[in-house]
Design a protein around this ligand. Structure first.
Ligand code: PMP
Length: 469
């Protein structure tokens, strides 16, 4: 253990797990958490991490199949990021980017992002999270059409079961019914179409035919709303929080064709798919679209500090900068120098380690090969992978693809086995998903697959015992 790890361990051990859990449930309101359930059980207290592993306050080692929350692309314990933060904190811990000032890390990062992004992107607007990025998108898109003299273009179309964040605009763009039910959402002029989820909605069609059909739901919606009122379409290249739903390869090119036909802006939410996750720097490159705006966060700093933003395509940047006057929007931490310094170190490390190519040519294809083996398991209806993201759909009847009744919460049963066996794998309904750090090696993929297989078998045994099959 390093000196810092010894210090951390000492802090974690200064109280028992029970004491930490009691203090936690007395004072900490957690995101997306049922607190009744949490208070009974007590939170798992994570105390340290290294590479692709976490340790909890009881000393258990856990393989982190979710990269924290889809963000720790370079893995834990990367000293270059720690050093960048510490250097920048000593030199200039904070200054804002309002009032005609700037800071060197924010400028250097803007240059680097412009270089790595598809060529239509030469400008960035910084935020501190993906949600703020998508709020920025809503304001920027509407401002753009105002500047162009088409203020009636306000409607933004997105998708059911998409996820775009938790602020008022982010949650409205997202298509999560549980979120819309709380807080009077969606806000006006945001409307949704169905998702390109072949397993759920496309059975009976080939994947490619379904992809075209799903994209044409966008055209139907544009015509229903009135093309002159539609400002933009937003989607994740691969839906992450919705369950790692990889669209058919026909989907995004058809979405692009439809956006072009009606002259509406295309927004790619790259908060999960950006920075190598799909085997290219950005998911839109993997999926074959040419967006006007890209939201990013998470992998830009590998989650070591918060940073997000929006890459702004040239037609919008030109309108905002040259023709627009003041854009009345921004955050205290837009372009935070420490966050930008960490992002620079993180991106340089991704380059040095060749992680994008590692995902595209080595570890991504290997993960796909290993996941395909799970198709033979009696509980598995389909598997899907894209780069370093993967999903396993659990079903009651494999031959017909019949799902389990949702109230049985079979995904949660499986997740409990993962927890008990030292693996973080997430359940979205009955779809089990992973998005491991991009630094993963082949032996580590093997180690994860052994755990996943064991947990699927344990779930199968439990379902048999309960008589639910
Ligand atoms: N967009 C997508 C695609 C996301 O997955 C997320 C977070 N999971 C967000 C936006 C919101 O990001 P944040 O939680 O940083 O606000």
């Amino acid at each position: 253990m390093s000196a810092i790890q010894v210090q951390q361990a000492a802090r974690a051990e200064s109280r028992s797990t029970k004491e930490w859990q009691q203090a936690d449930s007395s004072h900490f309101i957690h995101p997306f958490t049922d607190h009744g359930g949490l208070a009974k059980k007590g939170a798992r207290i994570i105390t340290r991490a290294d590479n692709i592993y976490l340790w909890d306050s009881e000393g258990h080692k856990i393989l982190d199949g979710m990269s924290g929350l889809w963000c720790v692309n370079v893995g834990y314990g990367q000293q270059a990021l720690v050093d960048a933060a510490s250097r920048q904190m000593k030199e200039l811990p904070f200054y804002n980017a309002f009032f005609q000032t700037s800071t060197t890390p924010a400028i250097e990062l803007a240059e680097l992002l412009a270089e790595l992004s598809p060529p239509q992107f030469q400008h960035v607007f910084y935020t501190s999270s993906g949600s703020e990025g998508n709020d920025t998108v809503v304001r920027m898109v509407r401002r753009y059409w105002d500047i162009l003299g088409q203020p009636e273009r306000k409607v933004i179309i997105s998708r059911n079961n998409g996820y775009h964040g938790s602020t008022m605009a982010g949650a409205s763009l997202g298509g999560m019914s549980g979120m819309h039910a709380q807080g009077g959402l969606p806000i006006p002029d945001i409307t949704h179409i169905d998702q390109p989820h072949w397993f759920e909605l496309g059975q009976g069609l080939s994947r490619d035919d379904f992809g075209l059909k799903a994209a044409r739901w966008l055209e139907e919606k544009i015509l229903a709303v009135g093309p002159e009122r539609v400002a933009a379409f937003i989607g994740e290249p691969v839906q992450g929080a919705g369950g790692v739903i990889v669209p058919p390869s026909s989907y995004w090119p058809e979405i692009q064709r439809i956006c072009d036909k009606y002259g509406i802006l295309l927004v790619s939410d790259e908060v999960i798919c950006g920075f190598g996750r799909t085997g290219n720097w950005f998911g839109c490159e993997t999926m074959g679209s040419k967006p006007d705006l890209m939201t990013f966060a998470k992998g830009v700093t590998s989650g070591y500090v918060p940073l997000g933003g929006v890459m702004v395509g040239e037609r919008i940047a030109k309108a905002l900068i040259a023709d627009g006057g003041e854009f009345n929007h921004g955050f205290t931490y837009s372009g935070h120098p420490v966050a930008c310094a960490v992002a620079l170190a993180n991106i340089r490390l991704i380059q040095q380690l060749n992680l994008v190519s590692h995902v595209k040519h080595n570890i991504g294809p290997y993960l796909a090969e290993r996941f395909a083996e799970l198709d033979a398991h009696p509980l598995v209806g389909e598997t899907q992978t894209c780069g370093m993201m993967a999903a396993v759909q659990l079903v009651k009847d494999k031959s017909s693809g019949t799902p389990f009744a949702s109230e049985l919460e079979v995904g949660m049963l499986c997740r409990a086995h993962c927890f008990g066996n030292g693996l973080i794998m997430r359940a979205v309904g009955d779809r089990m998903i992973v998005a491991p750090p991009l630094v993963m090696t082949r032996p580590q993929v093997d180690e994860m697959m052994t755990l996943i297989k064991r947990c699927l078998d344990l779930t199968l045994d439990e379902l048999n015992r309960k008589g639910w099959l």
